[in-house]
Design a binder for this molecule. Structure first.
Ligand SMILES: Cc1cc2nc3c(=O)[nH]c(=O)nc-3n(C[C@H](O)[C@H](O)[C@H](O)COP(=O)(O)OP(=O)(O)OC[C@H]3O[C@@H](n4cnc5c(N)ncnc54)[C@H](O)[C@@H]3O)c2cc1C
Length: 491
């Protein structure tokens, strides 16, 4: 039997798979996306969690620091496509023991004013980066092989120098030198901890500096309706250009695939090896086989009868809350995770999207979104640990919890095979990994088989809902396989 044929097949409909599909379809190719799960979107899905009638939870991403800052999304222009991105006035906050908190407002001035003794140090750390947010974001979200326009100018080089010196400071034991109090370092460490890595480290400092810069720049938006709104906008554009998404279609071997001139895999290296391992160049197969996954997240979805009663009322409007205590507390918890130990007081990320999007509240109930950092593959239900951490800074939290459920790290891959053992970044975050992700190669997207490319967050620039890995990989596929330039993404 002859297999059907098409121009391009994308495996996986996460943000990067869809970014690749949209790019290829806009270049005039016939594109089919094959998705294992019944709902497309990967890490950008908003689903009925079956906890309360009509209430929907973001399965993975909830807050989108890169939805406005990513060059791919900026070009796609999500707001022009009807995605309502609400930018909270408080980008993120860090509750501390004793009823206090440190707060990162979108306004740098207000943040500095409320950080007291370390206000000046905060401004000195971030103001030079915020001034060049677009350029630095384009550099960090680049493919590590090309430089963004404007970088090799006086202001561009000064911005890079400012970023590098701050990276070396915050990514090393020198990280406490600039601070005198406890609030500012805790505030920054909450962002650094997104990397789920030992602290301090260069990769964590890079994460902190980029996201903290975005927090005072484009902001950390919450999409009305949840993350699925971003997925829906990309699928609408794909379909408008003749593409399609087929769900409930898990690909296990290249033999099942339609014939195509190119394949883009929105997969972790393990998924790529499973499908194409027997056809891959041995050196590439060996290199991808050595790919290292990181530690993990265990998700907790809450149904809440009202907002969280944070002890510090300035936190009431925070888009994201980093629940981990002081800098030393968080460094200790992340070190335990790195050592394979489940912390008694884990690092927790929390968001209450209904604060910014009233459509998320149904019948007086609202979704509470949380996850805790745990060792890779850990089977624990962490609900009690997460609840206790939040209660520590919000006495009475237990009284607003109506229902909850946990997805342990060991079960995350059932919802998205890329999250191997609960590794939500699909690859450990390390300084070396920034250069050699997924392997050391001139073309990190090449899968070692002509026409096959990896386009997931396991490739540069790495984790987050930004679409950039898909965009970079699709541009290479267009050039190498079809001799076509990158298309416009404008609505
Ligand atoms: C709990 C959690 C919280 C997060 N919070 C945030 C956040 O607030 N903000 C943020 O920016 N990022 C967040 N992230 C990270 C973000 O979700 C990811 O960085 C992003 O989704 C990666 O996109 P991707 O397209 O590379 O892969 P994914 O989104 O993982 O998509 C991969 C897709 O491929 C499919 N697939 C896998 N194997 C196969 C197969 N064999 N056949 C067919 N299909 C297959 C999967 O089902 C999935 O749909 C979070 C992630 C998790 C898990």
């Amino acid at each position: 039997m002859t297999r059907p044929s098409t121009d391009a097949v994308v495996i996986g409909s996460g943000p990067n798979g869809l970014a690749a599909a949209v790019t290829l379809a806009r270049a005039g190719l016939e594109v089919t996306v094959l998705e294992a799960q019944s709902v497309p979107g990967g890490g950008a899905r908003t689903l009925d969690s079956q906890l309360a009638d009509g209430l929907r939870h973001d399965l993975c991403s909830a807050v989108h620091p890169l939805a406005l800052a990513s060059p791919f999304f900026a070009a796609l222009d999500l707001p022009a496509r009807g995605v309502d991105l609400v930018v909270p006035e408080v980008s993120y906050a860090q509750p501390l023991d004793g009823g206090r908190a440190a707060v990162a407002y979108r306004s740098l001035d207000r943040t500095v004013a409320e950080l007291g003794v370390d206000g000046g140090a905060w401004r000195d750390l971030l103001a030079p980066l915020v001034e060049h947010e677009r350029l630095l974001t384009a550099l960090i979200l680049g493919n590590r092989r090309e430089l963004p326009p404007g970088l090799l100018t006086g202001p561009g080089l000064r911005a890079v120098a400012a970023a590098v010196t701050r990276l070396l400071e915050q990514g090393t034991p020198a990280w406490n030198l600039r601070f005198r109090g406890g609030e500012a370092p805790a505030l920054l460490t909450g962002v650094a901890a997104h990397s789920i890595a030992r602290l301090p480290s260069l990769a964590a400092a890079g994460t902190a500096l980029m996201l903290a810069t975005n927090a005072h720049g484009a902001g950390w938006p919450v999409p009305v309706g949840g993350s699925q709104a971003i997925t829906a906008a990309m699928i609408a554009d794909l379909e408008a250009h003749g593409g399609r998404v087929v769900t409930d279609c898990e690909v296990t071997s290249w033999r099942e695939l339609p014939r195509a001139r190119t394949y883009l895999a929105d997969l972790a290296p393990a998924g790529l090896l499973r499908i194409w391992g027997d056809r891959m160049r041995p050196s590439v197969r060996a290199a991808l086989g050595r790919f290292r996954h990181g530690n993990a997240a265990a998700k907790v979805d809450y149904v809440l009868s009202g907002p969280v009663p944070w002890a510090d009322e300035r936190m009431a409007g925070a888009g994201t809350v980093h629940v981990g205590g002081s800098r030393a507390d968080m460094a200790h918890a992340e070190a335990q995770v790195a050592d394979g130990v489940l912390p008694a007081r884990p690092m927790v990320l929390f968001s209450d999207p209904a604060l910014h999007d009233p459509t998320r509240e149904v019948g007086g109930l609202r979704p509470g979104w949380a996850y805790a950092h745990v060792p890779a593959g850990h089977p624990a239900d962490v609900t009690d640990l997460v609840t206790a951490q939040i209660e520590r800074f919000a006495p009475g939290f237990r009284d607003v919890v109506v229902a909850s459920r946990c997805i342990p790290a060991a079960r995350m891959a059932e919802h998205d095979a890329n999250y191997v053992a609960g590794d939500i970044a699909a690859g450990a975050l390390s300084a070396w990994g920034m250069i050699a992700r997924p392997r050391l190669s001139i073309n990190p997207y090449a899968a070692g088989i002509p026409g096959v490319y990896l386009c997931s967050q396991s490739t540069p620039p790495g984790p987050g809902v930004h679409g950039m890995s898909g965009w970079h990989a699709a541009r290479i596929a267009l050039r190498q396989r079809f001799g076509l330039p990158a298309p416009s993404l404008a609505p």
